[in-house]
Design a protein around this ligand. Structure first.
Ligand SMILES: Cc1ncc(COP(=O)(O)O)c(C=O)c1O
Length: 367
């Protein structure tokens, strides 16, 4: 019936299928306890200062937010030592990927990314009639030489997911810096560091300090959804060249980022001690999960630097389903390009222990 109504470029896209709410899974399967280790949010709540700021912001919700996101952009610029005009704030880092895609891609233009990787790079390009060049990972890591070879005259954006969702791996400093150096001038490199604050590997490059501020033409993505515990509010940002920021301003909606999100993000900045505490807890939890998987004969990809682990299990959807019936929600990865694998997010020590019990039951055939 809808014949010529919808754009050809969206005909083959599959709508994002949100996971069922925990309460619904609990009710449907008659489970006492359900633990969600599926979306890489992590177990940490918003910082107390963010909660206070949120409460204050609710009193003014009759007003539209600041469309220019002035206070938050100013604070981020100061935090990173860049200019206000070099900061893009979006509805999550995902919102920034959308803005970058809209600002750069005409039909037929190309993006290059590794695969399996974060699906938005590909989906946002496809929506615009763009062409994704998905370059297979090598040993679960972005293959930067092959990516360079995939760049052509129509390539506009090259994404490096760093660390990569879903494998958790990242290219080392020298390799990343050399790659960006070798990219042709017509290409914009997007270094997605959504998990930056979790990483404590000395060979991991800070994209802002070591690329952007060294004059490289890159956009570096960060988010408040992960370690800052604000996934539900949708706020992330990019540090980008001024002309890129200006172009994204042309395609953004007037009031993209809610006032509450702006206020909570602003209040979250600067608590380095709490960030370090969370980073250390995450490392311990990740080590526990790693041991659990290995104890059951699975081999997580690595070294994993974020708050999640990737494991090849043969049939990701089947294991997801069996774990769900025990009360643990993990991420099957067909939409990320890895139907053979699952991704497990680091939870609280109790959640990690519950996962260990459930995995044991499922794999020993007790369930
Ligand atoms: C690599 C990567 N980039 C971007 C995002 C988007 O984060 P958000 O839109 O919540 O800021 C995610 C979220 O899972 C991610 O894993």
């Amino acid at each position: 019936m809808s014949g010529g109504l919808f754009r050809r470029s969206i005909a083959d896209l599959i709508p994002y299928e949100p996971g069922k709410p925990i309460e619904e899974v609990q009710r449907e399967l008659g489970l006492d306890r359900v633990v969600k280790l599926a979306s890489n949010e992590g177990p940490f709540p918003p910082f107390p200062a963010a909660v206070e700021a949120l409460e204050r912001a609710t009193r003014d919700l009759n007003r539209y937010p600041d469309g220019g996101v002035y206070a938050l952009r100013t604070a981020l610029a100061e935090h990173h030592g860049v200019a206000l005009e070099e900061v893009i704030v979006g509805a999550g880092a995902d919102g920034v990927i959308d803005l970058l895609s809209q600002a750069t891609l005409d039909a037929g233009d190309e993006i290059v990314c590794g695969w399996p990787s974060f699906p938005s790079y590909v989906l946002d390009a496809l929506k615009l009639g763009g062409v994704p060049r998905k370059v297979p990972l090598r040993d679960h890591v972005y293959d930067l030489d092959a990516m360079l070879a995939a760049v052509g005259p129509r390539t506009k954006l090259v994404y490096v997911c760093h660390p990569n969702n879903p494998t958790g791996t990242a290219n080392g400093r020298d390799e990343l810096l050399a790659f960006v150096e070798r990219l042709p001038e017509h290409v914009l490199a997007v270094i997605d560091q959504a998990y930056f604050e979790y990483v404590d590997d000395p060979d991991y490059a800070d994209g802002v300090a070591e690329l952007f501020k060294q004059g490289r033409r890159v956009v570096v993505l960060r988010t408040f959804s992960k370690i800052y515990g604000l996934a539900g509010l949708r706020v992330g940002y990019g540090i980008a060249p001024k002309d890129v920021v200006t172009a994204t301003s042309k395609v953004r909606r007037a009031f993209d980022v809610a006032a509450t999100a702006q206020a909570a993000a602003l209040a979250s900045l600067g608590d380095e001690a709490e960030l370090a505490r969370r980073r250390a807890l995450n490392r311990t939890g990740r080590d526990e999960l790693d041991e659990t998987l290995r104890a059951h004969g699975l081999e997580p990809a690595g070294p994993a630097l974020g708050n999640f682990l990737f494991a090849d299990v043969g049939d990701g959807a089947a294991l997801f389903d069996r774990l769900l019936r025990q009360g643990v929600i993990v991420r099957p990865l067909a939409s990320f390009g890895a139907p053979e694998a699952i991704r497990v997010t680091v939870g609280t020590p109790e959640e990690n222990a519950f996962f260990a019990v459930c995995l044991g039951q499922v794999l020993s055939g007790v369930s």
